[in-house]
Design a protein around this ligand. Structure first.
Ligand code: ATP
Ligand code: MG
Length: 293
C-alpha cells in the first residue's frame, strides 16, 4: 500500500480531531522506549506497539536507534539490504523520508538501523549540538505521523540521549525482577538531566511491565514498589511472558500478524488502547481542544 493512501483513508474514531486540535500542541507524539538494561523487552514493545497503534488507525513511524537492528529485522526489513538508515540521517543529515521504509503490510513505517550506527557516536563527536541531531531531523516529519516510537539501545549513550532529546515521553520497559529497580534510578536521573538541559517537555510517559509472571512473588513486590513510586505512570496493561512474542521476529512480522489471538499480541493491543486513551484525556484537558469520540 502506498504511504499517501494509508493515512488519508483513515477514519477518526480513535483519533484526535486534527482541525480542532491544538496549534500549540505538537500533533505527533514522540515516545522513546528505553532502559539501559539489556533484554527487557524494549524492541518487542516497540515493534508490537507500532503494529497495534497502526491497527488502531494511527500513523506510526518506528525509529530503530540500536545498531543491533533488531527492530528493523522484526519489522520484516533486512538490515543487511538497506540503502539508507538512521546512521545517514544522524551523521549526514539525510532527510528522514529518504531513509524510511514500509514495514511490510503491518501498516507502519520504519527508519531502519544496522551496524553502521555503531560508528555514529564517534563520528558525531565533532558535530556541534550532536545530542539534538535526531530532534532536528524529526522536525521535517512533524505532523506526518501520530506516533513516532524510538527503540533505544541498552545503554545511556549518545544515541539514547538523542532519543530523549527528541521525545515527548519515555516508556520504560522493565521486567519485575530483583535488580530492575536499581537500574531504574540511573535511567530516571538521565531523563531528569535531559529534561533540565535539552528538552523541557520530556517526561516519563509510562512504566511497562514486560515478561510478567504473576506467579512469581517478586513480580508482586516490584509492582507495588513501582506503584508507590510512579503511581499512575505504571501502565495497567502488563505484557505476559508469551512464546509467540519471541517467535514472531524470526518471521519478520509483529506478533499480531503471526498469532493474533496470542496473549502477547492482545496485551500490546491493550497497551496501544491505554496509550491513546491517556493522550486523549491529556488533550481534552487543554483549553480549546476537543477529542473526537
Ligand atoms: P536489547 O537491550 O538487547 O535491545 P530488548 O530490551 O530490546 O533487548 P527484546 O529484544 O525485546 O529486549 O527481548 C529480549 C528477548 O526476550 C528476545 O528474545 C524477545 O523475543 C524475548 N521477549 C521479549 N518480550 C517477551 C515476552 N513478553 N515473552 C516472551 N519473550 C519475550
Ligand atoms: Mg532491543
Amino acid at each position: 500500500m502506498n504511504s499517501a493512501t494509508w493515512w488519508c483513508s483513515r477514519d477518526s474514531n480513535v483519533r484526535v480531531n486534527r482541525d480542532n486540535f491544538a496549534r500549540d500542541i505538537t500533533l505527533t507524539r514522540i515516545l522513546a522506549i528505553a532502559n539501559q538494561k539489556g533484554g527487557v523487552g524494549k524492541t518487542t514493545t516497540c515493534v508490537n506497539l507500532a503494529a497495534s497503534l497502526a491497527a488502531m488507525k494511527q500513523r506510526v513511524l518506528l525509529i530503530d536507534l540500536d545498531p543491533q537492528g533488531n527492530a528493523t529485522m522484526a519489522s520484516g526489513i533486512d538490515k543487511y539490504d538497506i540503502q539508507h538508515s538512521i546512521y545517514d540521517v544522524l551523521v549526514h543529515q539525510l532527510p528522514v523520508q529518504q531513509a524510511t521504509l514500509a514495514a511490510g503490510d503491518s501498516g507502519f513505517h520504519v527508519l531502519p538501523a544496522n551496524g553502521d550506527l555503531t560508528a555514529a557516536e564517534v563520528e558525531m563527536l565533532s558535530i556541534e549540538h550532536n545530542e539534538r541531531r535526531l530532534r532536528l531531523a524529526l522536525s521535517s516529519v512533524a505532523g506526518q505521523y501520530d506516533y513516532v516510537l524510538i527503540d533505544c539501545p541498552p545503554s545511556l549513550n549518545m544515541l539514547t540521549v538523542n532519543a530523549l532529546a527528541a521525545a515527548d515521553g519515555v516508556i520504560i520497559a522493565m521486567q519485575c525482577e530483583y535488580f530492575a529497580l536499581e537500574g531504574l534510578a540511573a535511567l530516571v536521573r538521565t531523563i531528569e538531566g535531559v529534561a533540565e538541559t535539552i528538552n523541557s517537555k520530556l517526561q516519563i510517559e509510562g512504566i511497562l511491565r514486560t515478561m510478567y509472571d504473576p506467579r512469581n512473588s517478586l513480580t508482586t513486590d516490584v509492582s507495588s514498589q513501582l506503584r508507590a513510586h510512579f503511581g499512575d505512570k505504571v501502565y495497567r496493561t502488563v505484557v505476559p511472558r508469551n512464546v509467540r512474542l519471541a517467535e514472531a521476529p524470526s518471521h519478520g512480522v509483529p506478533a499480531m500478524y503471526y498469532d493474533k489471538n496470542s496473549r502477547g499480541s492482545k496485551a500490546y493491543m491493550a497497551l496501544a488502547g491505554e496509550i491513546i486513551r491517556r493522550w486523549e484525556q491529556q488533550a481534552a484537558q487543554q483549553p480549546g481542544h476537543r477529542a473526537v469520540t
